[in-house]
Design a binder for this molecule. Structure first.
Ligand code: AMP
Length: 307
């Protein structure tokens, strides 16, 4: 199955307790497409950058067989820039700067070559922009996966609700699930979010793993316990990328396949946090991925004898 990714391609400047970076490559669509290329899944990006976006980054995508026909380049514009600083626990961060730049007037255009995509992954963007992508598809993709955040709940509630109503799988973190549903219990939150539209609800719990809810069933996975977490930026996007790419690779959309997809997403995200930005995920090979998946299997497989 073909994967269409809509999301930011950006510059980030990141500060963690271990150091800081200048402007480096970032953006949700960037993490997602790099991750799907590691799984050997072809993706196409729909996004926008400015004339300041280096050719070498575009080449990185094409070298990975990512279709970048849908990345609009506004020569006289500047690329979206985000800067964040993590607290000592690395679970929370402050946004220091958001320069929306070319993203402000982003009107996604779907290239003909990506119109037949079966899976659409809508990275965190204004829900109105996400909705416009669906409207521009000649036919509805088989699966619409939505990533969103609390910011849009605060300032674009109605249109976010409209977008969520058209979503098959929503991925959000625990605090966002609570805000969206008004329920503290994540089980109750997922139930309520189902009624808003999505048949599948994924709740991410950072270093504590993730939950998948569907049709009265729940599946839980841990995050790989890592000795050192260096920079969590992009972990959520990498997770979504691994999840969507696995489904695309298998060509199957059901709860059982999604359980495995959740593991793949989590394993891929465990790489991203090991270095700044995209540095680590860019060097991951297929063999590295398999080895980490084996670690996951060891972590989660056990026998119980009751007698
Ligand atoms: P995550 O750590 O998974 O939340 O994603 C981090 C990425 O999201 C960074 O690479 C940023 O460039 C990008 N990002 C941050 N804020 C926004 C925003 N308002 N719209 C689109 N992308 C954003």
């Amino acid at each position: 199955m073909k994967l269409l990714v809509v999301g930011s391609v950006a510059f980030d400047a990141i500060e963690t307790p271990f150091g800081k970076t200048d402007k480096i490559l970032g953006g949700a669509a960037t993490y997602i497409s790099i991750t799907s290329s590691i799984l050997g899944v072809k993706s196409g990006i729909v996004s926008i950058v400015g004339g300041d976006f280096p050719q070498e980054h575009l080449d990185m995508f094409t070298d990975r067989d990512v279709n970048i026909e849908g990345i609009e380049i506004v020569k006289e514009g500047k690329t979206f820039f985000w800067s964040g600083k993590y607290h000592n626990d690395l679970n929370t961060r402050d946004t220091l700067v958001t320069e929306v730049n070319v993203l402000e007037h982003f009107e996604p255009k779907i290239p003909d070559s990506m119109q037949d995509s079966e899976i659409l992954l809508l990275g965190n963007l204004h829900p109105g922009v996400q909705l416009s992508v669906l409207e521009k598809m000649n036919q509805r993709p088989k699966l619409v996966i939505l990533d969103t955040m609390n910011f849009w709940m605060d300032c674009a509630w109605d249109i976010l609700m409209e977008m969520i109503a058209k979503t098959d799988v929503i991925t959000i973190n625990d605090e966002e699930a609570r805000q969206l549903s008004g329920e503290y219990s994540l089980v109750k939150a997922a139930k309520k979010i189902h009624t808003m539209g999505p048949k599948y609800v994924i709740i991410k719990k950072g270093e504590h793993g993730a939950l998948l809810f569907h049709d009265g069933k729940v599946f839980a996975i841990p995050a790989l316990p890592l000795e050192d977490v260096f920079d969590p930026t992009g972990a959520g996007d990498t997770f979504a990328g691994g999840f969507a790419a696995y489904l695309a690779k298998k060509g199957k959309i059901d709860f059982e396949t999604m359980k495995s997809a959740l593991i793949v997403g989590s394993a891929m995200a465990s790489f991203t946090v090991e270095k700044f930005g995209t540095e680590r995920i860019e060097e991951v090979s297929e063999a590295d991925m398999f080895s980490r998946l084996r670690q996951f299997k060891e972590l989660t497989t056990f026998d119980v004898e009751l007698e």
